[in-house]
Design a protein around this ligand. Structure first.
Ligand code: 5RP
Length: 219
């Protein structure tokens, strides 16, 4: 199976966890497969809250209503992909640049299910460059602080987030203590969001594999 076929396996398996009502929807190629699968049961979807303009468009193209998070109140489920997951289901996210809205929706929903191809499961986070969303005027300031933490920040040029901000992709990090690093980067003035989801990891990881969907709880 290709990685993309594994993404479809994971996306379709996640549907089992949705009953009815409002659902939180992430961003990326795996989530695109989830949205396509969700459209087949859209009569059960009261509305979606979406983590990006791209997902909003895809949801609406399928006839699924999208509402503002402030109007959603409490809801049960958020489904999103990841760039890396460790066995504690702590994640690196933001390869698609939607990390801020993703973190907000993950925090709001009762359950966060991460869907991914099996290549995303790693022993230690950090091989995938860690995205950090920054206020544009603070980009160099934040970059200098990140160098002090041992990382090599690279400006994702020609990319503006849905919130009008910029992204630094931080290379060369071996993330031994994900919660500590998440806090340290969050504390840098000018950082909007760091793409480490460690303090609030996923509740369940569904991996697409050649043998079918494998569901992992946090270790
Ligand atoms: C977007 C994300 C995505 O979930 C992450 O980049 C994984 O993407 P894909 O499903 O295309 O592999 O965090 O900001």
């Amino acid at each position: 199976m290709t990685a993309d076929e594994q993404k479809i396996v994971a996306a379709e398996a996640a549907l089992e966890y949705f009953d009815e009502g409002i659902i939180g929807v992430g961003t990326g190629s795996t989530v695109n497969h989830f949205i396509d699968a969700l459209s087949k049961i859209k009569h059960r979807v009261e509305a979606a809250v979406s983590s990006s303009e791209a997902s909003t468009k895809r949801l609406r193209d399928h006839g699924i209503p999208v509402i503002d998070l402030n109007a959603a109140g409490d809801f049960e489920l958020y489904v999103d992909g990841a760039d890396e997951s460790n066995h504690h289901l702590q994640l690196i996210k933001g390869g698609g640049g939607a990390l801020t809205r993703e973190k907000i929706i993950a925090e709001t929903s009762h359950k966060f299910i991460c869907i991914a191809d099996e290549g995303k499961l790693v022993k230690m986070l950090g091989e995938f460059p860690l995205p950090v969303e920054v206020v544009p005027m603070a980009r160099s300031l934040v970059a200098r602080q990140i160098v002090k933490l041992g990382g090599t920040p690279v400006w994702r040029e020609d990319f503006i987030t849905d919130n009008g901000n910029q992204i630094l992709d931080v290379h060369n990090l071996e993330i031994m203590e994900p919660i500590k690093l998440e806090q340290q980067i969050n504390n840098i003035t000018g950082v909007v969001t760091v793409g480490l989801f460690a303090r609030h990891p996923a509740d369940l990881l569904i991996l697409g594999t050649d043998q079918g969907a494998v569901q992992l709880d946090p270790e």
